[in-house]
Write a protein that binds this ligand. Structure first.
Ligand SMILES: Nc1ncnc2c1ncn2[C@@H]1O[C@H](COP(=O)(O)OP(=O)(O)OP(=O)(O)O)[C@@H](O)[C@H]1O
Length: 255
């Protein structure tokens, strides 16, 4: 299932937050959204996920999700949002309990996503026994358990230290390489965007408009930080972000 965002504009009262966003999220691709603080990245993600309705424009789902998809659009947040009294497998099970699945089907789905996120040995652990990186892997396993058509990831690694972030990026690359998933991935971190994004959408300062869309052809599992092509993309992104931040400062200074 592809997503098409068509002319999406949003206002909170008199404040325009997003302006005329048109964008395609192709199936099996990771689309990163970057942009200066407050430009509307999280708002855009909420609109895509149907948590809020845009003032104008629309989000269209093209094609049907896979037959075993229980929830087409699933979020992964920065703060993991795990239930502390439930085990790892209990937290994953939570999103399956509202669906008419046999006990065996549910157990198979849980075992599959725990294996894919390297958490099988921690199935019975409680969240307090896990590191931040592992908690986020549980949150990703929980999102994958419903086999979503699109995973909506809002700064999923930003609560983690730099080293853990690196490891989680490796995990996400491995996960995608084994079984490609579709994601809209909001991040502040440009190295995250160039490491994980097939397409990077740069938003302008508020109201967020599409400033540029960058496609990166290098396969995810062939990307490394010394690759000059990636370094060039990252420099270019920095340039764009700097221009937007400077322009936002200038607007504030001139009232
Ligand atoms: N429910 C709301 N009501 C009113 N204003 C809101 C609401 N949600 C967000 N905003 C405003 O909309 C703008 C965009 O917010 P949003 O959180 O989408 O930006 P962002 O790009 O994700 O920011 P950051 O990078 O800092 O997380 C901000 O000015 C914010 O204050």
């Amino acid at each position: 299932m592809d997503l098409t965002i068509d002319g999406l504009t949003h206002r909170y009262d008199a404040v325009e937050v997003l302006s005329d966003i048109s964008l395609t999220i192709p199936s099996g691709r990771i689309v990163c959204i970057v942009g200066p603080s407050g430009c509307g990245k999280s708002t855009l993600l909420r609109m895509i996920g149907g948590l809020e309705r845009p003032s104008a424009g629309q989000v269209l789902q093209l094609g049907a999700p896979a037959s075993d998809c229980l929830n087409p659009l699933t979020f992964v947040f920065q703060d993991f949002a795990l239930l502390p009294w439930r085990s790892v497998s209990g937290n994953v099970s939570l999103v399956l309990e509202d669906h008419a699945l046999s006990r065996q089907d549910r157990a198979e789905r849980i075992a599959d996503v725990l294996a894919r996120t390297n958490l099988t040995d921690f199935a019975d652990a409680l969240p307090r026994q896990l590191s931040g990186g592992m908690k986020q892997r549980v949150a990703i396993a929980r999102a994958l358990a419903v086999n979503p058509a699109v995973m909506l990831m809002d700064e999923p690694l930003s609560a983690l230290d730099a080293q853990t972030r690196e490891l989680l990026m490796d995990d996400l690359v491995q996960l995608w390489t084994r079984t490609p998933f579709t994601s809209v991935y909001v991040t502040h971190n440009l190295s995250e965007a160039t490491r994980l994004g097939h397409r990077i959408v740069v938003l302008s300062r508020r109201p967020g408009r599409i400033r540029e869309v960058i496609e990166i052809d290098t396969p995810l599992d062939a990307r490394d930080s010394t690759d000059p092509v990636l370094a060039r993309h990252q420099d270019h992104l920095w340039q764009l972000m700097r221009e937007e931040a400077r322009a936002a400062d200038a607007e504030l200074a001139h009232g």
